[in-house]
Design a protein around this ligand. Structure first.
Ligand code: FES
Length: 188
C-alpha cells in the first residue's frame, strides 16, 4: 500500500514546483488537484462497493451457507467475509459443466479485488492489472508463481457451502460440481 504514499509525494512535489514558478499560472497544480481528487474518489467508491455481506456465523469447523448457486453470475463471483477474510466465490464453466470454487479476494500483485474480476480462459483474472489464478488451486498458470489461499466448498440443494478456514496458498480445493437442477435455476 506504500505505493499510494509514493503517488501522493510525487503529486505534492510537482504541485509545489508549479506553485513556485510565479510566471506560470497554477493550471498544473489545479489539474493535479483534480486528478488526485478523482483517483481518491474512485478508490473510495471501489471500497464502498467491495463491502461484503457477512453470512450468519457458523459453528466451529462447519461450512457456511453463503448463497444460492444461481445467485452467482456465470464466470463471475460474489464476495463474502468469512472469519474476517474476504472470500470470492466463483461460478464458472469447466470440463463441460459448471463448477463453484472459493479463493481469497486479495490479489498478490497490489491487493486488487479478485472477486470483481471474471474467469477468462479457465483462470480468475484480476480486474486491476490482469494477474491470473486457477480457481481450483489458487496458483497462477506457468511460468508465473503467485499463489492465493483457497477455501473448500460444496453444493447442497442448490446452496453454496464454504468452509471459512482458508487453505494454505496454492492448495488444491476440489471445485464443487453444479448439478443440472441448479444450472436450471440460472437467471435469464
Ligand atoms: S492488483 Fe494488479 S493484477 Fe491484481
Amino acid at each position: 500500500m506504500l505505493v499510494y504514499v509514493g503517488y501522493g509525494l510525487i503529486l505534492v512535489h510537482v504541485a509545489l514546483g508549479s506553485l513556485q514558478a510565479p510566471e506560470r499560472p497554477p493550471v498544473l497544480a489545479i489539474l493535479l488537484g483534480i486528478g488526485f481528487a478523482g483517483i481518491a474518489s474512485l478508490h473510495l467508491v471501489a471500497g464502498w462497493r467491495e463491502r461484503a455481506p457477512t453470512p450468519a456465523a457458523a459453528a466451529e469447523g462447519s461450512a457456511v451457507d453463503v448463497c444460492a448457486v444461481a445467485d452467482i453470475p456465470l464466470d463471475r463471483a460474489l464476495i463474502f467475509v468469512l472469519s474476517g477474510e474476504r472470500v470470492a466465490v466463483f461460478r464458472y464453466r469447466a470440463d463441460g459443466g459448471e463448477r463453484i470454487a472459493a479463493v481469497s479476494n486479495v490479489c498478490q500483485h497490489q491487493n486488487g479485488p479478485l472477486g470483481e474480476g471474471r474467469v477468462i480462459d479457465g483462470c480468475i483474472t484480476c480486474p486491476w492489472h490482469g494477474y491470473q489464478y486457477r480457481p481450483e488451486d489458487g496458483c497462477s498458470p506457468p511460468p508465473f508463481t503467485e499463489t492465493i489461499p483457497t477455501f473448500s466448498v460444496r453444493v447442497e440443494n442448490g446452496r453454496v457451502l464454504v468452509d471459512p478456514r482458508p487453505n494454505p496458498p496454492g492448495t488444491r480445493a476440489e471445485p464443487a460440481r453444479v448439478g443440472a437442477a441448479a444450472a436450471d435455476e440460472e437467471p435469464s
